[in-house]
Unconditional design. Structure first.
Ligand SMILES: Nc1ncnc2c1ncn2[C@@H]1O[C@H](COP(=O)(O)OP(=O)(O)OP(=O)(O)O)[C@@H](O)[C@H]1O
Ligand SMILES: [Mg+2]
Length: 443
């Protein structure tokens, strides 16, 4: 090849390389907005980085500032991974990874056997050699001046990496680090949320039985099974029972919430639940004493419908709506509970127009209600409207959030309306079978 041919060849290789780097950067930038999960992003990084860096294994380790550890989070390899897998960790301080991460300068080791001979105590080198790796190219992931972690490219063959690979990496390092940092941040948040939900579940679960026991023992005392109480003693025990019941309700909300947050809500739909007898009536019985105490009456207008749904969960929803009407409704007024069948036209996946049947529940009470701008707060977690009229009314602000999650799980919808100062109405609907069987109303 003549000198000018060699020049053309080099020029071509250079341009091809440049084009490859540009393409990789584009791929990485798209990842910022892709909404992909951490592992999906790393899969894309794996595929795209092959255009500019050779490897038959790529792994990612994150640096945790809190404990000073670098922990491997993701490994993908063409060959079997025996030792240096997910979860492999090392202390950053004093390690050979520290200067890479701190100075942001990649490192090439092209013969790990030779490297081990020079550093016989290196546990990581021993382990990676056992995995059959011969060359290693370690790259820092940094965003601004924050150390995120390290990206390891490895090969079964010695002498795989050249200084040009360092240039390739540095060219895309910023786009890569930002893409990884963003998904890692989202992943960390999801993990934190999961941990919080698990702690919540654990605490609530442990509280439930002792609280129930306090209420039961209190009940035994007031009923005089262990000796007659004076009026004053009885009044104190009643208060103890009321407070325990308040806590039991709170604990129930927290258990539901934690299961929703971890995605572990137990959803066991029955094929044909009698909505009046299995959902509405039992909860009306539970709310009756509280309604009576506030001088309220509960009126009903019920169609006898059966629906495929989880009766236990629907009871939670209906109980909260009715309980809210009793708590936040006006004293000595009426609450109206309705259950009706409604049908709407909808489009099936096939594009066909179909008639869809729904069971529509509603609970309406007189009372202060809520203003239109408060509507969006109602179904959010831990939100209470704190109307002056409801001072002293207890609640965790979770009931409607939980209710909404349960209704969504049924493929339904929940909504609320109010005329402030006059009334409030909460409605939800769940799908019925196409040709809903009607059960006969009792005579
Ligand atoms: N019928 C209603 N009339 C007026 N305000 C209501 C009514 N129902 C709910 N709200 C308002 O919405 C808030 C949220 O209700 P939600 O059921 O989620 O929580 P809560 O009743 O405070 O507590 P929990 O149900 O968890 O015991 C209530 O605190 C109250 O301010
Ligand atoms: Mg409530």
């Amino acid at each position: 090849m003549s000198e000018s041919e060699t020049h053309i060849q080099d020029d071509l290789t250079g341009r091809l390389h440049e084009a490859a780097v540009q393409m990789v950067m584009e791929d990485l930038k798209h990842l910022w907005f892709s909404g992909k999960s951490l592992f999906e992003v790393l899969d894309v990084v794996y595929d795209t980085m092959r255009h500019i860096i050779p490897f038959d294994r790529m792994s990612v380790a994150f640096y945790n500032e809190e404990n000073g550890l670098v922990v491997s989070r993701w490994v993908r390899s063409e060959t079997e991974v025996k030792r240096v897998d997910k979860g492999y960790w090392a202390e950053l301080k004093g390690s050979s990874l520290e200067p890479i991460l701190r100075a942001g300068q990649p490192r090439i080791i092209n013969n790990l056997e030779r490297h081990l001979a020079a550093h016989p105590d290196s546990r990581a080198t021993q382990d990676i050699l056992k995995d059959g790796v011969m060359s290693n190219f370690t790259c820092p992931l940094r965003a601004g001046n924050r150390a995120i972690g390290l990206l390891f490219f490895s090969s079964r063959h010695p002498d795989t990496y050249q200084p040009s690979h360092v240039d390739s990496f540095l060219a895309v390092a910023d786009s890569l680090s930002l893409a990884v940092e963003k998904v890692k941040y989202i992943d960390d948040l999801a993990q934190a949320k999961h941990n919080y939900a698990q702690i919540l579940y654990f605490v609530a679960h442990e509280l439930k039985a002792p609280l129930a026991s306090i209420a039961t023992i209190g009940q035994t005392l007031t009923e005089g099974y262990v000796g007659k109480l004076t009026a004053q003693q009885s009044e104190k025990v009643q208060r103890m029972i009321a407070n325990s019941n308040y806590l039991i309700n709170l604990v129930r909300d927290y258990l539901d919430l934690s299961q929703i947050e971890t995605g572990e809500l137990r959803f066991h739909p029955g094929p044909a639940v009698d909505l009046v007898e299995e959902v509405i009536r039992p909860m009306m019985e539970i709310q009756a004493p509280a309604a009576k105490a506030r001088g309220m009456t509960i009126e009903t207008d019920l169609e006898y419908l059966v629906a495929p749904c989880d009766a236990t969960l629907l009871k939670v929803v209906f109980n909260n709506l009715l309980g809210n009407a009793v708590k936040y409704g006006r004293e000595n007024s009426k609450i109206l509970v309705r259950l009706v069948r409604r049908s709407f036209f909808d489009y099936a996946d096939s594009g066909e127009r179909v008639r869809q049947y729904w069971a529509l529940f509603s609970v309406r009470n007189d009372g202060v209600g809520f203003a239109p701008e408060q509507k969006q707060k109602l179904f959010a977690r831990f939100q209470r409207l704190n109307h002056p009229e409801h001072k002293g009314v207890t609640g965790s602000g979770l009931g409607l959030y939980i209710s909404r999650q349960i209704i969504l799980r049924h493929g339904g919808e929940i909504a609320a309306d109010s005329e402030p100062g006059k009334w409030a109405e909460f409605r939800f609907r769940i799908p019925l079978r196409q040709e809903p069987p009607l059960v006969n109303a009792p005579a």
